[in-house]
Design a protein around this ligand. Structure first.
Ligand code: G3P
Ligand code: CA
Length: 229
């Protein structure tokens, strides 16, 4: 029997509100998602900010690398004319344990601060390890998390090769593989799950593709339109 698939809002619910903003997080929560995926970078003053691109050019009225701005400078930028870049802390406080957060370590040197924040929320605010999934394409960031805290649930992102992702996942005891949906077949999903890994697939927006992924028995579907899942 098909188990219930985890509904994961992508960059909040970025089909409906500007990606990775608090408005997008709130929209995802209003869709009753099981989890929300967001991207993090470390800015010049050291805080983790929630933003997808390595530069601010596509989404804001500024120009340059996210890592070259202080938090105050990033906060002064406008995202799609009306919104602000949030910090990871602001996003966590907005979610407030209402669902799982999938933190994608997008930028370099994000792992240590992410682990520290996760541990702080667990010890100070009674969050649980099950509220967090940390994923990344960057092997080094995932290795750092694994070294700091072996209880943090890890997901290995891949856009190119499921088998390579599994080989790496073994070395850091990751619980999940996060593949692009174009990599999947019923057969390779079955094989990967038989090895004990969860499969959370991205970014599936089209209803036919969503149904196909459900037919493959994936564990989670990351979508810009989580209400379609
Ligand atoms: O985490 C899944 C997905 O978000 C990875 O790709 O480019 O949307 O961050 P991207
Ligand atoms: Ca992402």
């Amino acid at each position: 029997m098909q188990e219930k698939v985890l509904v994961i809002g992508h960059r909040g619910a970025c089909g409906y509100a500007p990606e990775n903003t608090l408005a997008s997080i709130e929209k995802a929560l209003s869709c009753n998602v099981n989890a929300i995926e967001i991207d993090v970078h470390k800015c010049k003053s050291g805080e983790l900010v929630v933003f997808h691109d390595f530069t601010v050019d596509r989404l804001t009225n500024g120009s340059g690398e996210v890592s070259s701005f202080t938090l105050a400078e990033l906060k002064a930028l406008k995202v799609e004319s009306d919104y602000q870049i949030p910090t990871l802390i602001e996003v966590l406080d907005c979610i407030n344990k209402q669902c799982i957060i999938n933190i994608e370590l997008k930028g370099k040197n994000t792992a240590t601060e992410t682990a520290k924040i996760i541990q702080n929320y667990i010890h100070e605010y009674r969050w649980d390890y099950t509220h967090f999934i940390v994923s990344s394409f960057q092997q080094r960031e995932l290795e750092t998390i694994h070294t700091i805290d072996k209880n943090i649930v890890l997901g290995v992102l891949t856009k190119a090769n499921l088998e390579e992702a599994v080989t790496f996942a073994k070395t850091i005891k990751a619980k999940a593989i996060h593949p692009n949906y174009a990599l999947l077949s019923k057969n390779n999903v079955q094989k990967t799950k038989a090895l004990g890994y969860k499969i959370n697939v991205w970014t599936v927006n089209n209803v036919e593709a969503i149904e196909r992924m459900k037919g493959y028995n994936v564990d989670g579907i990351i979508s810009d339109f989580p209400d379609r899942v």
